[in-house]
Structures are given as C-alpha cells and as structure tokens.
Design a protein around this ligand. Structure first.
Ligand code: ASP
Length: 588
C-alpha cells in the first residue's frame, strides 16, 4: 500500500518509528524554512513537519502542496515538545518529521473549507457531495451509520435471522404513496413498480418457510418530500413466523436497548419502552408520535369549562368539540409578542385562536380572562396543575384540531424552554391503531397501516357495520417525536384478506390482478406471521444528533427530489425513449 499507518493512528509510543503516510493536505502553513502540513486520511489528522534538514525534494514538494492535494509522506515519528501538544487531537502529542514528500495528485481550490465544519450553503454541499463527505461531520455520521447497520445485522444473525435480498423490479406494493414506475423495453406498455417496501415479498418468504428474515432494504415512495423524507430511503425490514405482537416488540426493544450503549455510549435509553394505545397518545399528546422526553401532557378541560359563560368554550362543547390545555411552566411573564407567536403556532394547527391565562401575582391575566370566573381559574389550575408563574394555553375546537395545535405548541415550548436532555433517547410503542381511515376526498376507506395488516380479533366482526371501530394489530415505534418503525401482525387467512380488499374498495378482479399471487400463496399453508421495519435513516439521524436525514445519507436528494451532483432526474436521448415505447406529451 501507499502507507504503513493511518494518519490518525500515531501515538507517543510510535516515536522513533519510520512511517509512510498518504492522504490529503488538510492545512499547510509555511513559516519560511519550516512548513507544517496537517495531513488527513479517514483515520484522522497528524502534523507533518518539513524543515531545513529535510531533503531538498521534500521541501520543494511541500512548498508546492496546497489544500486537498493528495500526498505521500515518509518520515520519522517524534514526540512534540510539551508546549506544542495539541490536546484536541488523538495524535496531538506527536508529529512526523518528513524525509520525503511526494505529490500524488493536485486539487483545485475547493468551493468550501474541508478542514472545518463551518456552515456552508446546502446546495453547494450537495453539488460537491464528495467534498462534503470529506468533512468531519458527515464522516462521523457515515461511520456511525455503518456501525449501527453492522450492529443490527449481527444482532439479528445471532438470533437466527437470515438476510435475504428481494427484487427492486417488482409490482406495486401499496404503502400509501405513489409508485415509481420502470418501463419495460421487452414488454411494451408494461411497467415494473419499485417497491414502496418489500412487504409482499417478506410475507411470501414466510409462506416459503424461512421463518425469520431481514434485509437492509431500500424503499421507494413518490410522495411530497419533507425534511425527514427522501424518495428512496432505507429500512431494516424484518418478518417472523409463528409470532404474536409482543414477540416482535420484545425483539426490537431488546436489540435497540443493546444498540445504543454499543454505538452511542453517551446516550441513555429509558427502559422498558412505554406502551401507549393510539387513543391514549392522541388524548395525552395530541399526536401518534409523541416526544416522551418531557411531560407537559394535554389536559382535558372540557368537563370544567363546558358550562362556561365564555361562548367560545361552551359553544365549542355544544357543537361536539373539546377544550384542552397545556401548562407552560414559568411563562406567566410572556410578552404580547411571545403570546402572539404561540397563537400563530396554534393557528397553524387549525385552531381559530389560543386562550392564554397567566397565573401571576395571585391573579390571572390574559385577553380572555375577563370572560372567565374565579371558580373557573381555580378549576383550571387544579385540573392542569398550573401554579403561580405558569402560563396555561387552551384550545377549544374539534378534537383533531385541538390535538394538532397543542401538540405543535408543546414542541415549540420544548425547544424554547430547553426541556429535554439532548442525550436522552425516548422510545415508545404506539399500539391499537384504527384499521381503517376515511378518505373523504375519494369517498372510500384506506388502510391505516397497509392492507396486509390483521384486524384485532375482537373488533373484526365490526368491519362492515362500523369500520372506525375496527382496531388493527399494528404498532409503531416512536422516538423523540419521530415515528421510526411501523409493523403489524399480518393477515394469513385468504378469506380475511379478501374481506379487507373489499372494504378498501378493490373490485374482485382488480384485487386479483394486483394481489392474486398473495391470495394464492396464502392458500398453500401460510403460517401466522408479523414483522416490522425500522427506518435506518431516521434512527441514525437521531443518534447522530441531526435534524435532517440528508445529513446521514451519503448521496441524498434535495427536498425537490433532485440529485444536484449528477443532475438527476434528467432528460434522456430520444432513442432511449423509443426503445422503451415512451413518447413525451406536453401538457397543454
Ligand atoms: N412495510 C411496512 C412499512 O414499510 C412495515 C411493516 O409492516 O413491516 O412501513
């Protein structure tokens, strides 16, 4: 190899050794007579000294070298004088006195500094992703990602799982998004769909008798993009036969509880993971992905305010709405502007307004305070636990709006009041989801998880009479306010599966064309089975203390779904379209 050691590996005990290093010039400082080069490779940084005693060629090459040149250095490791030790680097106690410096390749001046992590416009970072990947932050994230994936693989291998690949060129597997289609050249007018997940295939592997399967799987979903979404993303996809719900939950809980000390020992995970029903999550946090690192639960004030003379309250309850509040501790002194900001956040959640009550100086203040009685102030304080100095934020509206508004306010207050320990990783299970949700726009029922999910046995009979009452054997794992895994026990009975397809409005023939192979497979002895799919990108994002999954993906796409480095998507030559039997029609 071009090197005997990695730059980052050298330590005082290596003093006196002859080494050959190769890497990139991180920084070069010329003090006239002595040139210091900070040499960088994947393993870290080390200081190289080229002085008057170094051979003339070495001095000449060092003089020529610039940032990001690729060089090779031969030299002797020596201990740095005590006053020159750099305590920030693992190699800070040593340096390499160069005997030879060779330039292996030159480099243009990079568009941003590689040697520090100062903020750079993301567009530029994405265009020069290979340079951004050289910087410490992304390198740290990519290495952490590797460690997490390897840990998960080993944990599953040790528990008897088989890693099995499944095709990308497949048939539409609905997960609630649009499909990416791939035209077939050989079969004009026919398309493969890139899998939104390997859902069908992993179930077929259970029918095939593999019992425990996993895969680090790429999933493709054409949906509106957000900060934590990408058109293609990675899941740890797994499936097990002969399991009940708790077997899957226990497995994941055990592996994740072991994962964190192994890869991010500074983080701590409260265990066991709390288990909440979907209804409880909405009731107490207004969302099905609550951040449980802090309290501030939503408190139902409907029973104490339903008869209020304040029409906003009593009128809302009369028309079927709810009144709920949260307590912002120590915020009674909030200014008009701060209250307006909170009101805007509540409005973005759909609320018409926000009632705030500041418990301060033995009195209660707020724009709506004059409409409420002393008894009501006392009842609100008692129900919510608000004390002197606190601000109670109240929303009265339709239950969905109340939840969305107060949940958004809760997260805003979390950040403003610094309520969470950044090293806490709070997982929780959300269970007992409704099986169906109403799609008003298209006047039909959608599967809340996906159509292969088993309805909970005790609610299954309601399917036709009261679809909203049917719960499913689905589960989500949430973490710090993100949904990081979904899964379910599956239908393995072809009769139940066809009932569900019918509920979802698939005509018999359509269901057969799309999923006939599944129904057929289930008729050959499908074992009871279930699984889950933790999202690798989000998991790594949380453990890397990032807030966007782009920071933990080597080559991500922008929020518009484009690759700025290679320029994708792109037009293709007419000949290629012709071969694929595709003609582009301009929309008028
Ligand atoms: N296929 C599901 C998903 O991608 C996960 C599962 O049910 O295992 O969300």
């Amino acid at each position: 190899m071009f090197k005997t050691h990695s730059c980052g590996a050298l330590r005082p005990q290596d003093a006196g050794k002859s080494v050959t290093l190769a890497g990139w010039v991180n920084l070069r400082r010329d003090f006239g007579g002595v040139i210091f080069i900070v040499l960088r490779d994947r393993g870290g940084l080390v200081q190289v000294v080229v002085s008057g005693v170094s051979p003339a060629e070495a001095q000449a090459a060092a003089a020529q070298a610039r940032s990001e040149f690729v060089i090779q250095v031969e030299g002797t490791v020596r201990q740095r004088p005590a006053d020159q030790v750099n305590p920030d680097w693992p190699t800070g106690e040593v340096e390499v006195e160069a005997h030879a410096v060779r330039i292996l390749n030159t480099a243009k001046t990079p568009p941003f500094y590689i040697y520090d992590d100062s903020p750079v416009d993301e567009t530029l970072r994405l265009k020069y992703r290979y340079l951004d990947l050289r910087r410490a932050r992304l390198q740290r994230n990519i290495i952490l990602r590797h460690e997490i994936v390897q840990f998960l693989r080993q944990a599953l291998n040790a528990r008897g799982f088989l890693e099995i690949e499944t095709p990308y060129l497949f048939k539409s597997t609905p997960e609630g998004a649009r499909d990416y289609l791939v035209p077939s050249r050989v079969h004009p007018g026919c398309f493969y769909a890139l899998p939104q997940s390997p859902q069908q295939l992993k179930q077929l592997l259970m029918v095939a008798g593999y019992e425990k399967y996993y895969q680090i799987a790429r999933c493709f979903r054409d949906e509106d993009l957000r900060g934590d979404r990408q058109p293609e993303f990675t899941q740890l996809d797994l499936e097990m036969s002969f399991v009940h719900r708790d077997d899957v939950l226990d497995l994941i809980e055990e592996i994740f509880t072991e994962l964190l000390p192994a890869v991010t020992p500074q983080k701590h995970v409260p265990s066991p993971f709390p288990r909440l029903s979907y209804a409880e999550a909405l009731e107490n946090y207004g969302t099905d992905k609550p951040d449980l690192r802090f309290g501030m639960q939503l408190v139902d004030l409907t029973p104490v305010l339903d008869k209020s003379n304040f029409r906003v309250f009593s009128g809302t309850v009369a028309s079927g709405g709810k009144i709920k509040g949260i307590v912002a501790p120590g915020c009674a002194g909030y200014t008009r502007r701060e209250i307006d900001e909170l009101t805007d956040i509540a409005k973005r959640g759909g609320a018409r307004g926000l009632v705030t009550l500041a418990y301060t100086g033995g009195a209660v203040k707020g724009s709506a305070a004059k409409f409420l009685t002393e008894d009501e102030f006392a009842a609100i304080a008692e129900t919510t636990g608000a004390a002197e100095g606190d601000l109670v934020c109240i929303v009265a509206s339709d239950p969905k709006v109340v939840g969305a508004s107060l949940s958004a306010l809760r997260l805003t207050l979390r950040d403003r009041l610094d309520l969470v320990d950044p090293d806490m990783v709070a997982f929780a299970w959300v269970l007992d989801f409704p099986m169906f949700e109403r799609n008003e726009e298209e006047q039909r029922w959608d599967a809340t998880h996906h159509p292969f999910t088993m309805p909970s046995p005790n609610t299954y009979d309601e399917m036709v009479a009261d679809p909203l009452a049917v719960l499913s054997d689905a589960y989500d794992l949430v973490c710090n306010g993100y949904e990081i895994a979904s899964g379910s026990i599956r239908v393995h009975d072809p009769k139940i599966q066809s009932d569900i397809f019918r509920m979802l409005g698939y005509e018999e023939a359509d269901a057969h064309a799309r999923f006939g192979h599944m129904m057929e497979a289930f008729s050959y002895g499908a074992p009871p089975h279930g699984g889950i799919a933790p999202g690798i990108d989000r998991l790594v994002m949380i453990l890397a203390d990032e807030t966007n999954i782009r920071e933990v993906i080597a080559f991500p796409k922008t929020s518009q779904g484009t690759d700025l480095m290679a320029g994708a998507p792109a037009e293709v030559p007419a000949q290629q379209l012709k071969e694929l039997h595709i003609s582009i029609v301009e929309e008028s």
